[in-house]
Design a protein around this ligand. Sequence first.
Ligand code: NCD
Length: 358
Amino acid sequence: MNRLTDVSWEDFSSLPLEEKSPYLSRGDGDGTPYHTLFAQQFDRPLLERLCALANRIRFINKSCEGAMFLKSVLAHKRAMLYFSQPSSRTFLSHLAACQILGLTTGSVRDAATSSEFKGESNEDSVRTFSSYFDMIIMRSPKQGLAEKMAWELSNSSRPIPILNAGSGKDQHPTQALLDIYTLIRSFEMKGGVDGRTVVFCGDLLRGRTVRSLSYLLTKFDGVKQIFVAPKELQVPDDVIAVLKEKGVEHSLSSDLKAAVKVADAVYMTRIQDEWDESKGESAKIDTSHFKFGAEELALLGPDGVIMHPLPRRDEISTVCDHDPRAMYWRQMRNGMWIRAALIAAVFGYEKTIMECGY
Ligand code: NCD
């Protein structure tokens, strides 16, 4: 078994992502994560298990007795939500997921209200949280922070799991999980996700959800990926390198309408201008052709789905909001269930829930 205690930070951090995964698992032999940091930790069987667990949790939660049972599962655990970047959905859905399972929670949503304001390092803050909590759910603008903290905590006298709720421009593994869960549910009665065409559109350069989801889609057979963006915001080379290595059919385009005609799912994203290196840099890019409105809706097939990690600006017109193919509202609720499934699995309660009598 690979353990983070057996590897130096230097050796661990220089491994390719897929080789890091075994170090981050619970060690049950089935890949269940202990720390959840990257999409690369999920293979197809694990994705399917987590989706089944999420379905089970949402079913059990329908009855009062079932909901009370779920609330007892992790009532002995506490989770810290440490969000030093803005968030609505990811924060609230993790909070609600904890509440479903009975975890009590604490939170920091603004470094200005924590000792970081007095100059404490992120590392010391995380060590502090580990004194009081049993899990840290964290979002940070710093790309490698969650990974570094996972290594630090595993090598400390109080190891607790880290769940990455968004790291820099890099990864957002639980968003990718909820996106996959939404795709699986959307195509459940329509032949499944294998063989589908997924179109990504918007700021593909800086959107961390795109990198994580593009990777998870490689776990399905024959899923084609089309990246539609202005050339300045096209998908980065590392994402394409993964697709090439795995032999995944993909293409780059600037023609959203043409892509929508062949799409089973269209994944819209907003312009991530908080990452602009100079003020107003993104505003100079012509993004007018990268918006989904009534014309695109008319071109989308009857079984097609429109997705968005949200928040949206104007990249999906509100005329789409009541169309049955608009999945962005459902994505939010799916996120709560799949995050509850992940948290239960991280603490080793997958079987307890799957096999309970409710
Ligand atoms: C995304 C994020 O934070 O990366 N939002 C989210 O978690 N639902 C996408 C975004 O902010 O555009």
